[in-house]
Design a protein around this ligand. Structure first.
Ligand SMILES: *[C@@H]1O[C@H](CO)[C@@H](O)[C@H](O)[C@H]1NC(C)=O
Ligand SMILES: *[C@@H]1O[C@H](CO)[C@@H](O)[C@H](O)[C@H]1NC(C)=O
Length: 200
């Protein structure tokens, strides 16, 4: 081995060692960032599904892939099944035309008292073949079961729901603030247009 080759090898060895130190530092940094994001939102405990089912109006949500972005009068109707699962019907109206998707919700861990549900839908809605399972975590629920905030561990989905199709500004602000307190970025939150008289 001549001198030039040896020096070249030494330099590449040193630079790969340096790169490795940098890459491991990078991954430590990334791990720390990940660890911060890892604190998942707090979840309601002791959810009474019998009281929770029924109709909810979507007051605001973060845009999702599944529901049309320009939907109005968006609502969810839940019905408890005998086996403890919940039938889910989401409806929204686009240019006066009704869009709907059906799914089923069930407790992720039947032994936990946390309101962590899984929500299973089949897509596409018109021809349901591919199952999609998402998280349905109830992050906030008032004592009277009139307002609910639903999200998931990744904080990508957020739904502010109400038993009535309209909420006053003060209540709305408080609900949004609860989502912010749970670590949500609400800059893309869209207030769902709701008619004065909801569709039948
Ligand atoms: C249906 O609406 C609920 C909130 O009301 C939401 O959690 C769920 O992701 C929606 N599912 C679809 C497929 O739109
Ligand atoms: C529970 O009952 C519903 C409605 O009858 C049904 O669609 C669902 O498949 C059942 N799920 C389980 C896990 O038994």
């Amino acid at each position: 081995m001549d001198g030039a080759k040896g020096l070249f090898l030494l330099v590449s060895l040193l630079s790969s060692m340096l790169a490795c130190v940098l890459c491991s530092r990078g991954s430590i940094l990334r791990l720390e960032t990940f660890h911060q994001l890892d604190n998942v939102p707090t979840v309601v405990k002791g959810l009474d599904l019998e009281r929770y089912v029924g109709r909810w109006y979507e007051i605001a949500s973060l845009p999702t892939f599944f529901m049309p972005k320009d939907g109005t009068d968006t609502r969810a109707t839940y019905a408890l099944n005998k086996n403890g699962t919940v039938d889910v019907l989401n409806e929204t109206w686009v240019n006066g035309k009704r869009n709907s998707i059906k799914g089923i919700a069930y407790k992720d861990d039947p032994n936990s008292d946390e309101a962590k549900l899984k929500l299973k839908f089949y897509v596409p809605p018109e021809f349901p073949i591919f199952p999609i399972v998402g998280d349905y975590w109830v992050l906030y629920l008032d004592a009277d079961y009139q307002y609910s905030i639903v999200g998931g561990p990744s904080r990508k989905s957020l739904f502010i729901l109400s038993r009535k199709s309209h909420v006053d500004d003060e209540t709305y602000k408080q609900l949004v603030q609860k989502a912010v307190d749970e670590g949500y970025d609400v800059s893309n939150l869209r207030k769902t247009p709701q008619s004065d008289t909801p569709p039948q």
